[in-house]
Design a binder for this molecule. Structure first.
Ligand code: ATP
Length: 249
């Protein structure tokens, strides 16, 4: 038995675990109520994908890892759903790739940012950005635009899981390399990403860490080749095809 009262062999184990984590996130003040709706939407897409990492997503996760290793200043953006679902896993990805962690919320409250930062620290994070909020992403309204000057604002590469379309677009316009994790290949965030990862954040983040570990000693020119060979439109098309064809395993 594990943190939910069902054995890991249960066919709905991952889905039940996810719901349990999101519910606990809401109870702890980490996840917003809108986060529950986002979760429901994500689950529907995950069901249609067969609740597995499709081959094109695994490739995108490897490319995302290569980007993070090549970046001068990579940042992993953490919202309430990510903090509830994969707190230890994002801390690990940040450690392996030398990325900063920044709390970045759509429904921003100081209290929730503090709760998420504490939660990440409980899972091993040393430094968590997002509390200073001394810079603004151009083109967004005041609250949605707030970021840390030495965090997302100055990052060259950002991982934005479950990001809202407007912000994903605005970050792209700032010239950042965006790696978006989102189960919906048609969402605007996935569409504007340099690397769209169409997978559940629960599977995507640990898989990026595994790829980053195996790419760690790869020379920069070989990493660059991995990045250059990637076609985001093809990754989106493959995910849409998997969903529409409905060929579940
Ligand atoms: P956009 O503005 O990009 O079109 P949206 O309005 O569809 O986004 P929301 O309704 O806020 O966005 O939902 C958040 C997104 O996160 C959805 O596309 C959903 O599929 C995705 N999502 C939810 N849970 C997960 C998860 N566990 N892993 C990956 N993606 C998820």
């Amino acid at each position: 038995m594990s943190e939910v009262d069902v054995p890991e062999s249960h066919p709905r184990y991952e889905s039940l675990l996810t719901r349990h984590r999101i519910e606990t996130g809401v109870e702890k003040g980490i996840t917003s109520q809108q986060g529950l709706i986002a979760q429901g939407r994500g689950e529907a897409f995950d069901y249609l994908l067969g609740e597995r990492t499709i081959e094109s997503a695994d490739r995108a996760e490897r490319v995302g890892a290569a980007h993070l290793l090549l970046a001068d200043h990579p940042v992993l953006s953490v919202n309430g759903n990510v903090a509830a679902l994969v707190p230890g896993e994002v801390v690990e990805l940040a450690a392996v790739t030398g990325a900063d962690l920044e709390v970045n919320l759509f429904n921003r409250t100081e209290q929730r940012i503090e709760a998420i930062a504490d939660h990440l620290r409980e899972h091993g994070a040393n430094e968590v950005k997002g509390l200073t909020a001394d810079a603004r992403i151009p083109g967004l309204d005041h609250e949605r635009a707030k970021v840390d000057a030495d965090g997302i604002y100055n990052a060259d590469t950002v991982v934005v899981p479950l990001e809202d379309g407007d912000r994903a677009e605005a970050l792209g316009e700032m010239g950042k390399t965006e790696i978006v994790i989102d189960l919906n290949p048609l969402s605007r965030s996935a569409q504007v990403a340099a690397v769209p990862i169409i997978d559940n954040v629960l599977r995507a983040v640990p898989n990026m860490t595994a790829h980053a570990r195996s790419l760690q000693d790869t020379p920069a020119d070989a990493l660059q080749q991995i990045v250059d060979d990637f076609d985001p439109a093809q990754a989106l098309g493959a995910a849409e095809e998997a969903i529409r064809s409905g060929e579940l395993e």
